[in-house]
Design a protein around this ligand. Structure first.
Ligand code: GLN
Length: 308
């Protein structure tokens, strides 16, 4: 006998599968050929219960959903004051790849757009035998509760097409926001975007944030509550780029999307949500992902401003 939540999720999945708008991201070779019919939804509660519907085993590249997690690592390493000197927390309302750096200082507006995300990657340093990317990969893996791998073919596609990201890294170096050779930094940013996850991994990563930084089933602490608060705040105001205002009014959950077709949303203290479906809307967010989060928020009363 299926639980009422499972029955609801199966029905929602079936209904939204009929939504065929949008196109997989054409900017990198791996996502351009993604199967548009793939669609998975996963909810992970803070007690470690999983509810899944559809293609929740399908692996895809994490892309920009990496950004809040690398930002979290920079915050854990350096504290919010030092990180704040390099990356602001202001919503820019810009598209994800906008060449937007604050005039005068060159400080990126926030860590969710590429400029701020590349700056955040530069703030993570190698430690002992672990390289910067090794540390990033370990960190994401502890959020997911399993070892996550990078796809070399996604990575080489990112490298072959990443002219704008390389330009952003050079600009950040010219302003002294990045204080080292920007080329290896942007390579590590490409690597972090090429980490492969499925919807279940992302739901558990989101649930770790919902659970104040403790993995819901492994029970290990991944990050401090202070870091979680900062990351979720920035996801609320900036996670959906130039759609952040509309998202906050309609869904009302901190969230992050990626051009791989993934999307996460977090209800603090309750649940992490992840959806995978490659066709994207004009903001670069999954069409079925946005629809599923909107429906879940309204049907289950998840909006964080809901008072009755
Ligand atoms: N790798 C992509 C980029 O940097 C990620 C963008 C995204 O997911 N929005 O352009």
């Amino acid at each position: 006998m299926k639980s009422p939540i499972q029955q609801y999720l199966d029905a929602l999945h079936e209904e939204l599968h009929g939504l065929t708008d949008g196109t997989p991201y054409q900017g990198i070779p791996s996502t351009a050929v993604a199967d548009p019919s793939k669609f998975g939804i996963c909810l992970a509660t803070v007690d470690g219960v999983l509810y899944e519907a559809g293609d929740t085993d399908e692996l895809f590249s994490i892309q920009s959903i990496s950004k809040p997690f690398t930002y979290a690592l920079a915050l854990e390493d350096l504290g919010s004051e030092a990180v704040g000197q390099k990356i602001d927390v202001e919503p820019s309302g810009d598209a994800f790849n906008e060449i937007s750096l604050q005039s005068g200082t060159g400080r990126p507006d926030n860590p969710m757009i590429n400029a701020g995300a590349i700056a955040a990657t530069s703030l993570v340093k190698s430690r002992g035998p672990r390289s910067r990317f090794g540390r990033i990969q370990d960190f994401y893996s502890s959020f997911a509760g399993r070892d996550l791998d990078m796809s070399s073919s996604v990575f080489s596609g990112e490298r072959d097409t990443g002219y704008r990201n390389r330009a952003l890294a050079q600009l950040l170096r010219s302003f002294g926001i990045i204080e080292e050779n920007p080329d290896p930094v942007v390579e590590d940013y490409f690597r972090q975007c090429s980490i492969m996850v499925n919807a279940r991994d992302l739901a558990l990563m989101a649930a770790t944030l919902a659970n104040g930084g403790i993995h819901p089933s492994e029970n290990h602490r991944v990050v401090s509550p202070e870091t979680v608060q900062q990351v979720l705040s920035v996801m609320t105001t900036c996670g959906m780029y130039d759609d952040a205002g509309a998202w906050t009014t309609s869904v009302g959950l901190p969230a992050k999307s990626g051009v791989g077709g993934g999307i996460i949303a977090v209800l603090p203290g309750q649940v992490g949500i992840a959806v995978y479906s490659p066709p994207l809307d004009p903001h670069g967010s999954s069409v079925r992902g946005v629809a599923a989060c909107t429906r879940l928020a309204s049907d289950m009363g998840l909006h964080f401003m809901r008072s009755g």
